[in-house]
Write a protein that binds this ligand. Structure first.
Ligand code: SF4
Ligand code: SF4
Length: 361
């Protein structure tokens, strides 16, 4: 019988709906007993007659734990793919359940009382709201006061944003532009069904709203020495940091050899294509390919830009490029990033020269 204190819901999801428990390969098990005595949740019992470990209460197993598999001397224990857990962790309701519990237990769990470092919080004013396709909004935010450090970010970095009056925590967004004289920044906000900041950004948000922000943060910044060719690959809101890096490089090193693949579900999701054409015009060695799963009738791309139909990782893989000597910067949903990194590897790139920035599916 499962023990109620172990087989309880996992961040709001009933335990019995989660397929996560060990399986023992009888032939490989040598009956050392390590897993049986080592698991404090009594998932196992021991078959003394056969000298084998037996999974007796699988629901007692802690979701995502694999300790027993790691300590089995014969690798006799297996688990479902880790992807099982990553897919669950990507669910909005799981994110909210974790967030609510953190806030509820803040006094107990906070490292220090002054975690927010008030001097790094700045106020930003919503200056413009633009819709990109059906699922993304581009907000332009301006610092309320000139001194604000947000203007001194390095392209590729991100900020955290709090909606005024919200009782939940901040959300992180990449800055989608290189630094500007007026200090304004763009952030792309993806529509997430049931998402908390998303509900504000696609609902009550208005020009003039003031949000709190912390940053700049993150290290997905340019690491390539001058003269080294670079390939950028982006999908979804992963285009934000890539666009910032690209703007920076066109401004600083317009002669650098650069390749951009920008993937999207629909051609409606591409934006600022005239700006992209300007960048391509300013950098002779920059080639730009847009890759969409579908193209809306009437869509037309600037002449400086090539279009392809399909998945961005496939477009990279079939590009025929020789990427030996290139650096790569890849940003987008986690699974797309995995596929793109594999595609880049097939084109001869040094894996240690691939830099990634990914988010949940
Ligand atoms: S740790 Fe491995 S070998 Fe030892 S009892 Fe468990 S399954 Fe068998
Ligand atoms: S994974 Fe962890 S909780 Fe599950 S059976 Fe193994 S040791 Fe116990």
């Amino acid at each position: 019988m499962p023990d109620a204190k172990f087989a309880k819901p996992w961040h709001g999801i009933p335990r019995e709906e989660i397929e996560w428990h060990p399986s023992v390969d009888d032939d490989a098990c040598i009956g050392c007993g390590t897993c049986v005595t080592g698991c404090s949740r009594k998932v196992y019992r021991f078959d003394f007659a056969r000298k084998k470990a037996v999974v007796a209460d699988p629901l007692n197993c802690m979701v995502a734990c694999m300790t027993c598999a790691n300590t089995c001397p014969t690798n006799a224990i297996s688990f479902p793919p880790v992807r099982t857990i990553l897919d669950l962790a990507d669910r909005v309701e799981v994110h909210h359940a974790v967030e609510d519990e953190l806030l509820e237990r803040r006094d107990e769990l906070a490292v220090t009382a002054d975690l927010l470092h008030e001097d790094h919080i700045v106020e930003m004013v919503v200056q413009d709201i633009a819709q990109i396709g059906s699922g993304t909004r581009l907000l332009t935010l301006s610092p309320r006061r000139e001194r604000d450090e947000m203007c001194q970010f390095v392209p590729g970095q991100y900020i955290e944003v709090w909606v005024p009056g919200a009782s939940w925590m901040s959300r992180a967004y990449s800055i989608a532009n290189a630094p500007r004289l007026d200090g304004s920044i763009e952030v792309q906000i993806r529509k997430v069904d049931g998402g908390r900041l998303s509900a504000w950004a696609f609902g009550a948000v208005a020009v003039g709203d003031v949000v709190a922000a912390r940053g700049p943060l993150g290290s997905f910044t340019m690491r390539s020495p001058e003269g080294r060719p670079v390939i950028f690959v982006a999908r979804g809101t992963g285009f934000a940091p890539i666009k910032a890096l690209l703007e920076q490089q066109v401004e600083l090193f317009p002669e650098r050899e650069m390749v951009l693949f920008w993937g999207a579900t629909s051609s409606d999701d591409f934006y600022e294509l005239d700006h992209l054409a300007e960048l391509a015009g300013a950098a002779a060695e920059l080639s730009v390919t847009l890759v969409a799963r579908r193209y809306t009738p009437g869509f037309s791309a600037p002449s400086e830009v090539v279009t392809e139909l399909g998945r961005v990782s496939d477009a990279v893989a079939s590009s025929g490029l020789d990427l030996a000597g290139f650096d790569a910067y890849v940003a987008g949903p986690r699974l797309t990033v995995v596929d793109c990194v594999a595609a880049l590897g097939g084109l001869g790139i040094d894996p240690s020269r691939v830099f990634v920035d990914s988010y949940g599916a």
